[in-house]
Design a protein around this ligand. Structure first.
Ligand code: G3H
Ligand code: 13P
Ligand code: ZN
Length: 341
């Protein structure tokens, strides 16, 4: 049953020119389509659960859905990750709930506070065999809400918010984290760039030099496929000027720049919304949820399958399972089926 931490995945991804997709899960259809795509493509995956998802779906239900997926696909390397954990209490709860990986996001705090909360999260998680991602720098889409900055202002001053390579080295040393989420020009949501879509590859290259071997994580990495935006806009939605990270740039980041984890949520939301809108608009008498959630599920599966090739993780399943065995099949201390605090 390869439910595992991200360690065996990142061990191979860092130098293997691929990244593991981290997909946000909020309900059964999302979980099923992501798992189905990864099973078809023999790809490792990370299912990530935000604080909002825990609240929306009730973590007990989500946990059982994920356990069902693991049972259905015992061959797939899967990590269960807490996305944007903001307090040590939440980190402890996720560890107790049997997550295999957690993110402590202290990026909006002053540097010293970020170091302290991240190092404390590492102590809590490592004691249970759980790995930790932390963040340095600021992405817009979530974090600027905390400091009250609008998107245009962010983009104008983007250099200032990118991860500082020297600070990253100090942060790594002081916290002992397992991976680092970096700000390199990506942002959360469907409106990522007002002008040219461009990631700061020079910055990420410097971070690789100051933090050799540290797996890097790209948040805000949806590509916002135009076909879904077109469907949304055609069938009553209003998402003008939506723009994501170009697939070629994601591909470059995972192949050459130590990016081992790529976070995707917006594209899942878009695929689902686009298909549901299409069914509602073209079949106004439809009221069976299976007949609009079903097409949504299929659209998500195809979109994720395509992404696994961009991430170059398709076909990496067996190698990761072997690496997991080589490491002695480590399992976090608290993992038991559907155990929640
Ligand atoms: O980066 C955040 C993810 O997209 C999760 O969003 O907090 O609305 O679940 P959420
Ligand atoms: P997107 O909004 O680009 O999908 O990013 C999701 C994310 O970073 C989740 O942590
Ligand atoms: Zn994120």
């Amino acid at each position: 049953m390869p439910l595992m931490t991200t360690k065996p995945m990142f061990d191979l991804a860092y130098s293997g020119g691929f990244a593991v997709g981290a997909f946000n899960v909020n309900n059964m259809e999302l979980a099923q389509s992501i798992i189905d795509a990864c099973s078809r493509e023999k790809s490792p995956l990370i299912l990530q659960i935000s604080k909002g998802a825990r609240k929306y779906a009730n973590i007990r239900y989500l946990k059982h859905i994920i356990d069902a997926a693991v049972e259905e696909h015992p061959e797939l390397p899967i990590a269960i990750h807490c996305d944007h954990g903001d307090t040590l209490e939440l980190i402890q709860t996720c560890v107790n709930d049997g997550y295999t990986s957690v993110m402590i996001d202290g990026s909006h705090h002053p540097y010293d506070h970020n170091v302290k909360i991240s190092a404390d999260a590492v102590k809590i998680a490592h004691a249970a065999g759980v790995v930790v991602e932390a963040e340095l720098g600021m992405l817009h889409g979530i974090e600027e809400d905390v400091v009250g900055l609008d998107a245009a202002e962010y983009e104008k001053n983007v250099e200032k918010f990118l991860t500082d390579p020297q600070q990253a080295a100090d942060f790594y040393k002081q916290t002992n984290i397992d991976s680092l989420a970096v700000a390199i020009g990506t942002s959360h949501g469907a409106f990522k760039f007002k002008s040219e879509a461009k990631l700061a590859f020079n910055r990420i290259e410097q971070i690789m030099k100051t933090c050799p071997g540290l797996p890097l994580v790209m948040h805000g990495s949806s590509s916002v496929p135009q076909e879904f935006i077109d469907l949304v806009n055609k069938y009553g939605g209003a998402m003008p000027n939506a723009k994501g990270v170009p697939e070629e740039q994601i591909s470059m980041a995972v192949r050459n720049y130590g990016v081992c984890k790529v976070n995707i949520d917006t594209d899942l939301r878009l695929a689902m919304t686009a298909k549901i809108r299409e069914v509602f608009a073209t079949k106004p008498a439809e009221f069976d949820p299976r007949n609009y959630l079903g097409p949504a599920r299929e659209a998500i599966t195809s979109m994720v399958q395509r992404k696994l090739h961009i991430l170059n993780s398709a076909g990496k399943m067996d190698a990761i399972n072997k690496q997991w065995e080589k490491l002695g099949k480590p399992m976090p201390k608290f993992y038991t089926k559907a155990k929640v605090a």
